[in-house]
Design a protein around this ligand. Structure first.
Ligand code: GLA
Length: 387
């Protein structure tokens, strides 16, 4: 149990008992990619894979952080945390009390031991899981009471986004932290990133004899940060040219007109992805309401083609998962997350999980790619106290 492993690392490092252990899940997004920072819609689920944080308060304003995944203890005064400080994984821990304080909450120092069981670098939001586990701990330990309801959890997610954008300096859009704070077992989370409205959409594949297969391609994603920021900038530029605050304001029925007013083919393609992708989320929610999984699968495929051709964030490994899964009988498949590597998801019949995995492994071996990691997942719960 990772609760125990986080506690054991805590005891070994800090020679004391933690006050508790909290955890938060990674996520996969079913559909709605690169829509969050455009004020759009997305539909993530929480993963069974979680990150655990064993935590104890300190009254001297120091933060001490250690990871079961290795490396030295990182020590920094809360007063010294800021943009780019500390660096590396510790930014995702230290940024959280920093952001909570900036949001007006009274917090002090912490000793933190983390055990991350969300695969790293797989595009499954291990960083948001880390932030949200620490935020859950801080909420309980400093008596903030923010885990009690959706409004409080939304406030914690916002602090985690601030930690990631400002301290870790990754310009991500907020879907991952909302998923880690608000996901419910057996449900997908419809997130409206314009007004922060959320809706729990029942998502139970087992009942329909289906499974969701996640394939971590383990493809290197060099340049990922620069590419992500470039996509975000292009979307903002397109919105400026169209005279709207975000691309969410472009209705799918007005897309052709909007495309005609943009200054370059590149901006036209980026805009077409975002506007059609938001529309696909609306249709995916409808499909789930009617248990229409054939339709959901078809939407996955349209989404993947849009990311590959218009948004240009796929790579060979991701395309290979999608093509191979479909050839093996999947109802649909798509890359998930930021892109340029990471993971793809496939909607498959429950009795085809192993055969599909084998086909994907064989296709990767044929192409000389690194061996992928595939596993079926169910929609799991949000950040919580474990111990
Ligand atoms: C990453 C970011 C999210 C979101 C996705 C793409 O996961 O962290 O905010 O933009 O990419 O949908």
């Amino acid at each position: 149990m990772s609760t125990e492993s986080a506690s054991a690392v805590f005891r070994d490092t800090f020679a004391a008992e933690p006050e508790g252990v909290w955890s938060a899940p990674g996520r996969v997004n079913l559909i709605g990619e690169h829509t969050d920072y455009n004020g759009g819609l997305c539909l993530p689920i929480g993963l069974p894979q979680r990150t655990f944080a064993a935590v104890r308060r300190r009254d001297d304003g120091m933060l001490r952080m250690v990871s079961a995944q290795g490396g030295d203890v990182v020590e920094v005064a809360l007063d010294d945390v800021g943009p780019g400080r500390p660096e590396g994984w510790a930014a995702y821990v230290a940024g959280v009390p920093w952001a909570l304080r900036r949001a007006g909450h009274e917090v002090s120092g912490l000793d933190v031991a983390v055990d991350g069981r969300v695969p790293l670098g797989a595009g499954l939001s291990s960083s948001a899981a880390l932030e949200c586990a620490v935020a859950a701990a801080a909420s309980d330990l400093f008596g903030l009471g923010l885990l009690a309801d959706a409004a409080g959890r939304t406030a914690l997610a916002a602090a985690c986004v601030d930690a990631e954008n400002t301290v870790a300096q990754a310009p991500t859009g907020g879907m991952d932290q909302s998923a880690a704070m608000l996901a419910e077992p057996g449900h997908a989370l419809l997130l409206d990133c314009r007004d922060h409205h959320t809706e729990q959409v029942p998502f139970d594949l087992a009942e329909a004899g289906l499974a969701l297969l996640v394939v971590d391609t383990r493809a290197e994603h060099a340049l990922v940060d620069g590419q992500y920021a470039e996509r975000r900038d292009s979307c903002e530029q397109a919105a400026r040219e169209l005279g709207v605050p975000t691309l969410r304001e472009v209705a799918v029925g007005d897309l052709d007109d909007a495309l005609g007013r943009l200054s370059s083919d590149l901006l036209r393609r980026r805009t077409r992805h975002v506007v059609t992708e938001i529309d696909r989320v609306v249709h995916a929610r409808e499909a789930l309401r009617h248990d229409d999984f054939e339709r959901l699968g078809a939407l996955f495929l349209e989404s993947h083609a849009s990311m590959r051709d218009d948004f240009e964030i796929s790579v060979d490994e991701l395309d290979t998962v999608v093509e191979t899964a479909v050839a093996a009988g999947a109802l649909g498949a798509r890359m998930t997350g930021g892109g340029f590597g990471g993971s793809a998801i496939a909607l498959v019949r429950a009795d085809a999980v192993d055969a599909t995995t084998e086909r994907v492994e064989a296709a990767f071996a044929d192409k000389g790619f690194r061996a992928p990691q595939a596993f079926a997942v169910t929609a799991s719960g949000a950040a919580a106290r474990d111990h």
